[in-house]
Design a protein around this ligand. Structure first.
Ligand SMILES: Nc1ncnc2c1ncn2[C@@H]1O[C@H](COP(=O)(O)OP(=O)(O)O)[C@@H](O)[C@H]1O
Ligand SMILES: [Mg+2]
Length: 315
């Protein structure tokens, strides 16, 4: 699995040298993300500073994805990368500056109107299509052996790779885990023939920008981006909203019930399967220093998702 080299490994000296070369100062910083520092570059662009020069190829792949977006298929802006340059130990990426600030900063996440706007944006994103197709399922998977893989075969493979690593722990925390994986394996043995699009993979309020009260952009595709059934993104996005709040199960079930409202029964089942897949595939992705995986927040969230009834399907 891909791991992120985070901003804490950007050294101040290297960054000052880069800023200097671009005529920028620390006062131009507009955001410090998990992977990059983001600076305003005039009115129309941003400069993102990444710590890891090994990310060059990944960023080229993301820039290529952005060029393939059919931007007429969504009602908001999407990122564009203009240049990727190596600066000593750092990478400098020039992007179009997008309007707005993250949804959780601009709006109150607990308000029903915000929940509604979030779900509407997520649904809109499920309509995103490419102008020219990609021949793989995981954007940043360079392995030619995986080219042309069927969507459900791809998910079966991911699950098969993940389960040996997490099953022993999950059996302690999720009594039904074996029946869940047996059911998933059976459903994923059928091939999928529905619509295919771009799955953002990390769709949560931090990656949705809001300007003047409206969703203005969806950003930060890449690490978890897949090509396949867009419903996969909808399941993840419902489960990631306020995922560390105490009432997360109620929030998640409300979003899922609303998302399921307009879907035929078979697609509701798909949505429930994707919810379980998101939990299973991500449960060990956020280890915390000095803690057993079972004691980490993200794992406990995943166990909670897997232990929750899917009765939202029939509301
Ligand atoms: N193209 C852009 N235009 C304007 N602001 C941006 C742009 N890209 C990123 N940002 C700001 O920087 C923050 C972090 O960027 P993001 O792409 O989400 O990276 P990370 O992987 O660090 O989360 C965003 O929440 C947003 O506020
Ligand atoms: Mg982000």
């Amino acid at each position: 699995m891909i791991t992120r080299r985070d901003v804490s490994s950007i050294t101040a000296d290297a960054e000052y040298a880069l800023l200097d070369a671009r005529g920028l100062t620390p006062a131009d910083l507009i955001a410090a993300g998990t992977e990059a520092h983001v600076y305003a570059l005039g009115h129309d662009q941003v400069l993102k500073v990444y710590a890891d020069p090994d990310q060059h190829q990944a960023l080229e792949t993301i820039a290529d994805l952005y060029r393939r977006f059919d931007r007429t298929t969504v009602p908001f802006a999407l990122p564009e990368i203009q240049a990727i340059e190596q600066h000593g130990t750092l990478l400098a990426v020039t992007e179009t500056r997008l309007p707005g600030s993250p949804l959780g900063d601009a709006l109150t996440l607990t308000s029903p109107a915000t929940e509604h706007a979030y779900l509407a944006a997520v649904r809109d994103l499920t309509g995103l299509r490419l102008t020219t197709p990609l021949d793989r399922r995981m954007l940043l998977d360079p392995d030619p052996a995986h080219q042309g893989e069927d969507w459900t075969a791809f998910l079966r493979r991911l699950l098969g790779q993940k389960l040996p690593k997490v099953l022993a722990d999950l059996r302690r925390d999720v009594p039904a885990v074996d029946s869940i994986t047996v059911r998933l394996a059976a459903r994923l043995s059928r091939s999928y023939t529905g619509p295919e699009g771009v799955i953002h993979g990390d769709l949560y309020p931090g990656n949705i920008l809001v300007a003047d009260g409206k969703v203005s952009a969806v950003i930060d595709f890449g690490t978890f981006t897949l090509l396949g059934d867009p419903l996969f993104d909808l399941a993840g996005a419902c489960a990631y909203y306020r995922m560390y709040d105490e009432d997360r199960a109620a929030v998640r079930n409300r979003l899922l019930a609303t998302a399921a409202e307009n879907l035929p029964a078979g697609r509701r089942d798909d949505l429930a399967d994707y919810l379980h897949l998101v939990a299973l595939l991500s449960c060990d992705l956020y280890p915390e220093q000095g803690k057993h995986i079972r004691d980490t927040g993200h794992y406990q969230w995943a166990a909670d998702v897997l232990n929750s009834p899917t009765d939202w399907k029939n509301r």
